[in-house]
Design a protein around this ligand. Structure first.
Ligand SMILES: [Zn+2]
Ligand SMILES: [Zn+2]
Ligand SMILES: [Zn+2]
Length: 338
């Protein structure tokens, strides 16, 4: 029987209807042909030029370089402080300039791929994210910084050459605003960080945990909006991504390599997005919010009900998804129906 589950982070409901699932082997992705490296690839060409601005050039690392997005969603302009914030258009609508910043972190080697990134690549990407959080914290028109990664054309990666993106925005994005407000309300009632409670509960239950090390834990999310959705959280309470200290980043690198490698093995390199949710850059340390990384494989599309209701119908229970990921073998036809 389908079940409704509520997220303790947003309060949103998700429908689980595993009987709608196809055979388990249908989760296994049919591989797509990656574009060859060479002159046709914009990021191979870009790496040979040095025409990009001084600020992003300081973000260059051994295995990655950073460029401003050619078609930015948020325009970087430190002079436009826009104290009025909103403008009223046609004496009716509210609007504002889409300010912030939009950068691309490119892995230098075209032939590297997310599931097999080396420790050095992960470390360079995560260090660039940290640098960008610190840079945009002081910008008058940036409230939020969100690093993301699109892997595969079905997950909106328009260029095959491996790259992450960093969106810095004058607004706090909708989902993050909901997470912050719902967990703040929950904190007012319970005097606990919902994410710390979540980690404790998942460790006790041990139904959905896939990997764990001294500083991080990764599990499938109870109220997952996507089949095989995975959350990675720091075990210590940290509201901001930049709160990582000591060995934290090294252990984040380790767990990321395990997770993306495991998804590749079990689901044959599925298209996916990952994104980092952290407290807003100008916010002081928050007791009710806890940064995390969400991994969203893109194995299904949304239909009219999801679009019309905002309620997602998921077709695999996160407990079964965790079983497959822990087993670490490609999902086969003979596997039990989920
Ligand atoms: Zn390339
Ligand atoms: Zn916490
Ligand atoms: Zn989140």
């Amino acid at each position: 029987m389908p079940q409704l589950r509520q997220s303790i982070i947003t309060g949103d409901w998700v429908v689980f209807a595993p009987e709608r699932a196809k055979r388990p082997s249908d989760y296994v992705w049919k591989a797509h042909q990656k574009q060859e490296k060479g002159d046709g690839c914009p990021f191979c060409i870009e790496s040979k030029t040095s025409s990009y601005p001084e600020r992003v050039r300081t973000l260059d690392k051994e295995t990655t370089y950073t460029v401003p997005n050619k078609f930015p969603a948020f325009i970087e302009d430190p002079r436009m402080c826009d104290p009025k914030r909103y403008k009223i258009e046609d004496e009716f609508y509210s609007m504002r300039s889409s300010l912030g910043g939009h950068d691309v972190v490119v892995v230098r080697d075209h032939d590297q791929d997310l599931p097999r990134f080396t420790e050095a690549i992960w470390d360079d990407i995560l260090e660039t994210f940290t640098d960008q959080y610190k840079h945009f914290k002081d910008m008058c028109n940036v409230e939020y910084v969100m690093p993301i990664y699109n892997h595969g054309p079905e997950a909106a990666a328009s260029i095959d050459h491996p790259h992450a993106q960093i969106f810095s925005s004058i607004i706090i994005p909708n989902i993050v605003a909901r997470e912050i407000s719902y967990t703040k309300q929950r904190h007012d009632d319970r005097k606990e960080c919902s994410f710390c409670e979540l980690i404790e509960h998942e460790k006790e239950q041990n139904l959905r945990i896939i990997f764990e090390n001294d500083d991080f834990v990764a599990f499938t999310f109870y109220a997952a909006r996507f089949p095989f959705e995975i959350w990675i959280l720091p075990k210590k309470h940290q509201s901001h991504f930049t709160d990582m200290k000591g060995n934290d980043r090294g252990n984040l690198v380790k767990i990321c390599r395990q997770i993306f490698n495991r998804l590749d093995v079990v689901l044959n390199d599925p298209p996916l997005n990952f994104f980092i949710h952290s407290a807003p850059v100008k916010e002081r340390p928050m007791v009710s919010y806890h940064w995390h990384m969400e991994v969203a494989p893109r194995l299904t599309n949304y239909g009219g009900y999801e679009m019309g209701s905002g309620v997602i119908i998921d077709i695999i229970n996160p407990e079964s998804a965790a079983d497959y990921l822990r087993m670490g073998q490609k999902v086969k036809n003979s596997a039990k129906q989920t």
